[in-house]
Design a protein around this ligand. Structure first.
Ligand SMILES: [Zn+2]
Ligand SMILES: [Zn+2]
Length: 185
């Protein structure tokens, strides 16, 4: 295992590891201020920080990564802006487009996503796979806190801050009949 390298963004020149061949590894510290192409409902408000590990498999570079950051979005219940920590874990295979020794173009494995292609300058670019994972992860963060009471759908008051009397009235008109039946049973 190589020693940790200097802090890195999300683009890596992998020509050296490809030349070393099967079994070669690298470990990088990553600090990414922004992720290109991010157009999620969540905003990244801290750099993504973590580690990226490369393993040359011979035909590809296997990337495993663990990154942490902070997002900001608005709560699905009370609409307040809040921040939350996220972790992005990757395990992705990247494929070279040129043979590292001969420079001859390699036939693309048909199942390979464009995001998982190492370009002709041997740059392995993690932006797209991180973007996709960011989108998935931040989409699972919905509320400012799990017990957020949200806004009253009738008077609009933030029920985390104050209560209102709508609830009783709503129960009355919507469930009166049902409650009656239950109480008879
Ligand atoms: Zn909330
Ligand atoms: Zn209300």
């Amino acid at each position: 295992m190589d020693k940790k390298r200097a802090t890195h963004n999300l683009e890596f020149n992998v020509s050296q590891i490809l030349k070393e061949g099967t079994g070669a590894t690298r470990l990088y510290e990553v600090e990414a201020e922004q992720v290109r192409g991010l157009d999620s409902t969540a905003v990244l408000v801290s750099p993504l920080i973590g580690q990226v590990k490369f393993l040359c498999t011979g035909r590809s570079v296997l990337v495993t990564s663990f990154l942490e950051g902070t997002i900001e979005k608005s709560c699905g219940r009370c609409l307040e802006t809040f921040t939350a920590p996220i972790t992005i874990e990757l395990e992705e295979e990247f494929f070279p487009s040129l043979d590292i020794v001969s420079g001859v173009a390699l036939a693309e494995p048909t199942e390979v996503d464009e995001a998982n292609q190492i370009d002709e300058q041997h740059i392995l670019d993690l932006h797209e796979v991180v973007r996709q994972e960011f989108w998935l992860v931040s989409d699972t963060v919905l509320y400012c806190r799990s017990d957020c009471k949200g806004l009253c759908p009738h008077c609009g008051k933030d029920l985390n801050i104050e209560s209102c009397n709508c609830k009783n009235e709503v129960i009355n008109w919507r469930w009166a009949g049902l409650l009656e039946i239950e109480s008879k049973e």
